[in-house]
Design a protein around this ligand. Structure first.
Ligand SMILES: [Zn+2]
Ligand SMILES: [Zn+2]
Length: 108
């Protein structure tokens, strides 16, 4: 499932950090292939205008943790679309993931 969490990168566990990062690349792949991302926009899972800056901050956190990053982000034309509820995402990750819950408790 494609989803930008948009919470502080320090609060994401390894799986969720690498997962969100991978999904940003997939999202651009979809946009470049003209695949519809309407469903994701409607569900509040994606903010197209923030993909680039979000990618940068996730890569920064990945490097800080010593994870590899070898894939440059493909160029695409950003446009204004989507609105994510970050507070809801904190709650959802706290519910879903024990490791994120611990990180959110200490680093939020
Ligand atoms: Zn990347
Ligand atoms: Zn997690």
């Amino acid at each position: 499932m494609t989803r930008m969490w948009m919470i502080k990168p320090e609060c994401l566990c390894r799986n969720h950090l690498l997962g969100e990062h991978k999904e940003l690349h997939q999202l651009i792949g979809s946009i470049l292939a003209n695949k519809s991302i309407k469903g994701h926009l409607e569900k509040g899972q994606v903010e197209v205008h923030n993909i680039k800056s979000r990618h940068e901050e996730l890569v920064k956190e990945m490097k800080k943790r010593g994870y590899n990053h070898k894939s440059p982000l493909k160029k695409f034309k950003a446009f204004n679309a989507g609105k994510i509820n970050i507070i809801e995402n904190y709650n959802e990750l706290e519910r879903r993931c024990e490791k994120c819950r611990e990180l959110i408790k200490t680093k939020k």
